[in-house]
Design a protein around this ligand. Structure first.
Ligand code: DLL
Length: 424
């Protein structure tokens, strides 16, 4: 579809959406009335800037189902957000919403090169989290075979990967690395497996981590992005160019804003991603502030898809750590660690406040072949890491080298930060 056709489609869909929420969701009617807006004020997609933002706090204030635009009897599925950053929020889906969800996941899989002939193991959690069931139905919709392994079953998972010649895997990038480690521990070589594609998301990851996973699991690793409030996985996905993630823009309209002023930023500038669900009918959201930091990318992708891309998620404006006034993203630390072959991609940031001073401790695991009892070489390695971190983060961090396999592993979203500061 050309960009012009897409804009017209988005405009038509936005008008329908505004009409729906104005008449069916009192929360949005009141917000629009406060701004002196009626549905007829929204004519094209460019009018979206007149509409109010929606925040996670609005979802909490209207807990559990105050933002539904349909009666509960039309809702056929409920998910709840993982609550990584607070109390859970509830999302309701109509039958039509689930059809769209399946469709966008099937699109993503197609972009990765997955076809009906593939067997895909889903290592995202099944349950209230959208990862497992979301991926599951999209895989079936494509006509591929789904293996609903979920989390917490790593030994059986490895056995099934081998016995069934599983060709693709969907899980968090941190679980992919954990799986690779378990394969090594069990003496399973990647040549014993037939994996060619990985579908990784639900947490930020870096280009270095992609290389690690690709090497260790012998597959091509692709990004999938999404959030429960908007749908779940499938909001955006990479193609074989691996140069930004394409947003399923006919269903989810993206804007990038300055998270402090709310001003809409031009394409190419980094800021907070805001998404509007153009076609959802269960719990549609206008201009939802995701807190995810990224930039929209100009131009059409080499793959020929015309839907816009965003760059890798840099972090969240709210998991960004502020240490002695300096913004620190866990992904910056990860990049440094993975540039140095001595370290495993396992680390933890521990933040504390001592005598009114913020302290950052970074615990990093050594790879087994780099672990040594030669104190001199360990100290020299630590010094190199401290210096590199200092130049990237612009702050001094205390670095603690950890024995191989000593930090906790996660099967779902990884917890990389412990913030012990009590702010009074
Ligand atoms: O994590 C949905 C999902 C499941 C996406 C499986 C991809 C794969 P929530 O639990 O609501 O939903 O968390 C959403 O996770 O706002 C981002 O901060 C982060 N996130 C999700 N995907 C990515 C990604 C699911 N590919 C929150 N890269 C989002 C970076 C991601 N961060």
């Amino acid at each position: 579809m050309s960009r012009d056709e897409l804009h017209n489609l988005q405009g038509r869909r936005l008008r329908k959406l505004v009409d729906l929420v104005y008449h069916n969701t009192p929360f949005y009617r009141h917000k629009m009335q406060e701004l002196d807006l009626v549905p007829d004020d929204i004519r094209t997609i460019d009018d979206i800037v007149k509409l109010p933002f929606t925040t996670k706090a609005d979802l909490r204030d209207n807990y559990p189902v105050g933002l539904l635009a349909t009666p509960m009897s039309e809702i056929v599925r409920v998910h709840a957000s993982s609550g990584t950053t607070g109390s859970p929020t509830i999302v309701g889906y109509t039958h039509r919403d689930l059809e769209i969800w399946k469709e966008v996941i099937a699109r993503a899989l197609t972009a990765y090169g997955v076809t009906r002939g593939d067997i895909v193991s889903v290592g995202y959690g099944y349950g209230l989290f959208t990862g497992g069931l979301g991926a599951h139905y999209g895989i079936e919709h494509l006509g591929a075979t789904v293996l609903p392994t979920s989390t917490g079953n790593t030994e059986k998972h490895i056995r099934l990967l081998r016995d069934l010649n599983v060709t693709a895997i969907a899980c968090t990038p941190s679980y992919a690395l954990y799986l690779a480690e378990m394969l090594r521990n069990q003496g399973v070589s990647i040549n014993d497996l037939k994996l060619h594609t990985g579908v990784f998301g639900a947490e930020p990851w870096t280009e270095n981590m992609r290389h690690e996973i690709e090497e260790q699991l012998g597959l091509k690793a692709y990004n999938i992005y999404g959030l429960s409030e908007i749908m779940g996985p499938g909001v955006a996905y990479e193609c074989n160019c691996k140069n930004g993630s394409h947003i399923a823009e006919d269903h989810f309209y993206p804007e990038i804003i300055n998270s402090e002023t709310g001003e809409v930023l031009p394409i190419g500038q980094e800021g907070e991603l805001v998404l509007t669900t153009l076609t959802k009918t269960g719990m549609p959201l206008l201009r939802y502030r995701t807190k995810d930091l990224t930039a929209l990318m100009p131009g059409i992708c080499d793959c020929g898809r015309t839907n816009i891309r965003f760059t890798r998620i840099l972090g969240r404006s709210d998991d960004m750590l502020i240490i002695r006034g300096i913004n620190v993203f866990p992904s910056q630390v990860e990049n440094v660690i993975l540039e140095m072959p001595e370290f495993a991609p396992c680390y933890m940031l521990v933040v504390d406040r001592k005598k009114n001073m913020d302290m950052l401790e970074i615990q990093v695991e050594l790879r087994p072949d780099s672990f040594s009892d030669d104190i001199g070489s360990m100290l020299a390695l630590r010094k190199r890491l401290v210096e590199r971190l200092k130049s990237v983060l612009s702050i001094n961090a205390e670095v603690k080298l950890m024995e191989p396999n000593s930090l906790p592993r996660s099967e779902g979203k990884s917890m990389r930060v412990i913030d012990k500061r009590v702010l009074v």
